[in-house]
Write a protein that binds this ligand. Structure first.
Ligand code: CTP
Ligand code: MN
Ligand code: MN
Length: 519
């Protein structure tokens, strides 16, 4: 396209004093629609028609700005292409300022005048911008090819899409959940806020539904679907019930169909809860309170002490969200190993016994390592991540513990007594008022040193990043990746690695450090 001449398009561009939006050509009227600030582009429209339209709008209570500024929300032009107006706009703002929300055709203006109010904008009002002219975003399609830090420039969009993903997951609609998660991950890695749908052309993973949600937000400031989902009784009940440790979406759905919508109704019902669920109810408030990095560090100290005692030389690494640099999480995850292959066998029960003997555990369930390369190897799907010796636990963390003294008591302390305090009573403080400890979910995983890099990569997350790594391995490389191993189906061989970096190299991917795996 031939660039527009950067000529002074408007007589009013120079030497103007227009700081009142409505003082256009002498007309003064109260502004009725303060959220709409119109700018009429003189180019092709001509000065006299522009003056006439400005007066008309001002009389109808519209705010028309004579001079272009960052206040403008609606640019209206006549007979110009989207590219022309876009280019003109760049000349006004050095291309740096973000564009007004709407670049519109005269049809929007005339219809709004007729209606006596700013009418809803539809695609027919919007100037069509030639794809080659828009500043479009471009990102690779697999999340494991992208660097996604915790800095998110599109939180309004990603919050809405995450919520819809969550609702899909809570409804056991995995495919829909993944689709929303993928769309969300694409927006998370953009280095700027999205301001126009046209910028999204060519981006991967944005399905029709996600695009509809994004458009709704760009036009109306919020997604009506996300808002109504958030307020729905079903979503609230599913969230509440699956917030109980040990309760999945299937169980929650069954209870809801029986009319159980609250914890009170659950405890009042005759349902017998399993051990995990009972612990989940007992510690509901604590477990739904985010775990801080300071608390995670405090638990590290305890686990470290356990290891030094039961198997000197064993090491542990903080994994999960905290390894990715998150400041809070829903739990704390540790990966334990020993530099000597085989020395880790039988380690978990000893760690657990030690923790139990010191009163650090409110709940634990250990599963044995069931991974055997010979048996589970290539035939097993790579998605099986559950075969390490691992312990799901609930720690009892002293709030006055190392590094936590300065932390003030939480508002919810001491609550939840109506759920019964079977374990709590053991160390109820003298005053009976303030609980000196809190319950924290902790995951412990033990890996033999030979599998350590795979376990480290597989347990660092994010969940979507892991999913995408496995999809990449399968689709693009004919390989099968798990938290235990990487198998090359073409060469019919396992690819060994002593570091995460080597695994990325095997996969033909650039190394992405943990802090950039927040997809
Ligand atoms: N994971 C796994 N197998 C499971 C559960 C989790 O391999 N059965 C992995 C996930 O893929 C993730 C990591 O363990 O990479 C941590 O999971 P989780 O604690 O659920 O998520 P975080 O990313 O740590 O998020 P949060 O901070 O909320 O805990
Ligand atoms: Mn975690
Ligand atoms: Mn976890």
């Amino acid at each position: 396209m031939v660039p527009l001449k950067r000529r002074k398009l408007l007589s009013t561009q120079t030497g103007n004093n227009g700081n009142s939006g409505t003082d256009v050509i002498g007309v003064k009227a109260p502004v009725k629609f303060p959220d709409v600030v119109i700018f009429l582009l003189e180019r092709k429209m001509g000065a006299s028609r522009r003056a006439f339209l400005s007066q008309l709008a001002a009389k109808n209570g519209f705010h028309v700005q004579e001079t272009f500024s960052g206040m403008v929300t609606h640019v209206v032009s006549e007979g110009n292409s989207g590219a022309e107006v876009g280019s003109w706009l760049d000349s006004q703002t050095d291309g740096s300022a973000h564009r007004p929300v709407h670049l519109l055709d005269m049809s929007w203006f005339t219809q709004s005048m007729k209606a006596g109010r700013p009418i809803d904008i539809t695609d027919t009002h919007r100037l069509q911008v030639d794809e080659s002219e828009v500043e479009v975003f471009s990102v690779p399609s697999f999340a494991c090819q992208r660097r996604t830090t915790l800095e998110n420039h599109n939180t309004v969009l990603t919050d809405a899409l995450s919520l819809l993903a969550e609702m899909a997951e809570l409804s056991a609609e995995e495919g829909r959940g993944v689709a929303f998660r993928r769309a969300c991950a694409v927006l998370k890695c953009l280095n700027e806020p999205v301001t126009a749908m046209s910028q999204l052309r060519g981006l991967p993973c944005l399905g029709e539904h996600s695009l509809r949600v994004i458009q709704d937000i760009l036009e109306n400031g919020a997604s009506s679907e996300a808002e109504s989902t958030k307020c729905s009784e079903r979503f609230k009940a599913l969230k509440l019930l699956t917030g109980v440790f040990g309760v999945g979406c299937k169980t929650a759905d069954r209870w809801i169909r029986e009319g159980i919508l609250s914890l009170q109704q659950l405890t009042d019902s005759a349902h017998s809860l399993n051990r995990a669920q009972q612990a989940g109810v007992d510690h509901y408030d604590d477990l739904n309170q985010p775990v801080t990095k300071a608390e995670a560090d405090s638990i590290s100290v305890i686990v470290e002490k356990a290891l030094v005692t039961v198997l000197p030389g064993a090491t542990m690494t903080l994994i999960g969200g905290f390894r990715r640099g998150k400041q809070t999480g829903h739990d704390v995850d540790f990966l334990i190993t020993h530099p000597e292959e085989g020395a880790e066998v039988g380690l978990m029960p000893r760690v657990v016994s030690w923790l139990q003997s010191k009163g650090f555990l409110l709940y634990q369930k250990t599963t044995r390592n069931s991974y055997l390369e010979a048996k589970d190897g290539p035939a097993r799907p790579a998605s099986n991540m559950d075969r390490f010796e691992r312990c799901f636990s609930i720690f009892k963390l002293d709030k006055q513990g190392p590094g936590l003294q300065s932390h003030t008591q939480r508002a919810t302390d001491g609550e939840g007594s109506h759920f019964g305090d079977a374990v709590d009573s053991v160390c109820e403080p003298e005053n009976g008022q303030i609980k000196q400890w809190r319950a924290v979910r902790v995951d412990l995983v033990v890996s033999p040193i030979s599998q350590f890099p795979f376990a480290l990569l597989g347990w660092t997350g994010s969940k979507l990043f892991e999913r995408e790594l496995r999809r990449w391995a399968g689709h693009e490389k004919s390989m099968s990746l798990s938290s235990h191993a990487l198998y090359d189906s073409t060469q019919r061989t396992y690819l060994r690695a002593t570091s995460e970096e080597e695994i990325f190299t095997h996969l033909g991917l650039e190394f992405i450090p943990p802090s950039e795996r927040n997809a």
